[in-house]
Design a protein around this ligand. Structure first.
Ligand SMILES: Cc1cc2nc3c(=O)[nH]c(=O)nc-3n(C[C@H](O)[C@H](O)[C@H](O)COP(=O)(O)O)c2cc1C
Length: 403
């Protein structure tokens, strides 16, 4: 495999020599891309000797090979270790002033970042925000550990050990293509049921979790169709830009159901992450309801249960996954409600998350429990929506590899 190791200007750069050594030992083609500052800590001859590849920092070296994009395009994984606060900020913004910056922008490979810095820098609001941006974009973060830092300090900020980073890279490479050729349909967002031409009954689902699943599946080799219900354009940009994702849109529960049933015929995996209205307005008004007509009384009729319908029509070899946004009640936990719902829907896997005024929706982070068809929790995932997406896909791959 082809691995790019970005190295930036921190003392921990010396530990990355061991990481490169481990990756070369595994038989990978390793290209080290240091920043100029990194070379003040460990010099180019060390990186060249250990990686057995030439090392430059500038986009103006080796121009005939279009090196500024070629390294990123060819990479199977890009690792940045150590990642300084400065470089983390540059990645978050998308700066491309050196070879590491252009490589990171040109790659579609998964990216792993191993931060290393003093505790104050790590805990600074700017760094926290930059890390959140990277996570939301699907970048994996390993560490930092807590422990002895440069000088007399100690606390969180120490780069993860090379063996830990090496293990994470190996895991990412193994997961890289585990959905190769699998046809995945994902729904995302929230449906809206019209009341009149300008009003609707909707929900707070932002579509971020569904989009994260679509992106993660596509990165792992799947052919993905994303059916988006009222997802902001800005959220959809990454999905539109991904060559393995086709984006369709749906407005109401009925439209979403129609699209999902049509796509189900050729899908290997269906993930219903969209929040679908259980009810629609019985008599949608052709005219905007006016205040002088008095408070309207809306009567509602039940929508088709799309998920249960898809599960009921499941083909051999097809995997159906649902989401349940639950709140605990006086006599049932979120998990108990999820288990009951999985049975009712008949799906292979149900991802249950707790929602409330302050939890679940419109957030970058998520926490889910994945319930399997034996009513057991097969995995729990907490973190960015991308991390939750990858955990969900791990569970789907494990399920599909069972005889
Ligand atoms: C001895 C020394 C150690 C440093 N260690 C770190 C570090 O661990 N993390 C960090 O974010 N910056 C560290 N810095 C500051 C960075 O080197 C500086 O911000 C530099 O501009 C980073 O450039 P780069 O991100 O392009 O490599 C250190 C500086 C010195 C002189």
């Amino acid at each position: 495999m082809n691995i790019v190791v970005g190295v930036t200007g921190g003392i921990a750069a010396y530990k990355t020599v061991q990481l490169v050594r481990l990756l070369v030992r595994d038989g990978h083609d390793v290209h080290v891309v240091p920043t100029d500052d990194a070379l003040r800590f460990v010099g180019a001859p060390t990186w060249e000797a250990i990686s057995r590849n030439p090392v430059t920092t500038s986009v103006h070296d080796d121009v005939a090979q279009v090196r500024h994009v070629a390294l990123g395009q060819a990479a199977d994984v890009v690792v940045v270790a150590p990642a300084t606060a400065n470089t983390i900020a540059k990645i978050a913004v998308g700066l491309a002033g050196d070879l590491l910056g252009t490589t990171l922008l040109a790659t579609r490979a998964p990216v792993l970042v191993a931060p290393a810095m003093h505790t104050e820098m790590w805990q600074h609001a700017a760094t926290r925000a930059n890390i959140a941006t990277l996570r939301a974009r699907g970048v994996r973060i390993v560490g930092p550990d807590s422990g002895r830092l440069t000088g007399a300090d100690s606390g969180p900020g120490r780069m993860s050990e090379p063996e830990t980073i090496h293990r994470e890279v190996s895991r990412m490479l193994a997961a890289g293509a585990d959905l190769d050729g699998t046809r995945v349909v994902v729904s995302a967002g929230g449906t809206r049921e019209p009341i009149d031409p300008v009003r609707f009954i909707g929900n707070r689902s932002s579509g971020r979790q569904g989009i994260a699943i679509a992106l993660a599946a596509a990165d792992r080799g799947a052919d993905v169709t994303l059916v988006a219900a009222h997802v902001e354009d800005a959220q959809l940009d990454a999905a539109h830009a991904h060559p393995a994702i086709r984006v369709e849109t749906a407005g109401t529960a009925a439209e979403l159901g129609e699209r999902m049933r049509a796509l189900a015929g050729s899908a290997d995996v269906i993930v219903m992450a969209a929040a679908v209205a259980d009810y629609r307005v019985a008599d949608v008004s052709d005219h905007k309801l006016a205040k002088e007509d008095g408070a309207p009384v809306l009567s509602l009729v039940e929508n088709d249960d799309i998920l249960a319908g898809l599960a009921g029509a499941r083909r051999d070899g097809q995997t159906i996954v649902g989401f349940a946004a639950e709140m605990p009640t006086d006599h049932e936990t979120v998990l108990e409600r999820g288990i009951r719902k999985r049975r009712r829907k008949g799906v292979d896997l149900l991802a249950v998350n707790e929602v409330g005024w302050e939890a679940g929706f419109e957030r970058a982070e998520n926490a889910v429990a994945l319930i399997g068809s034996d009513d057991q929790v097969v995995a729990e995932a907490t973190g960015s929506k991308r991390e939750v997406a990858d955990a969900l896909l791990d569970a789907i791959v494990a399920l599909r590899s069972r005889p």
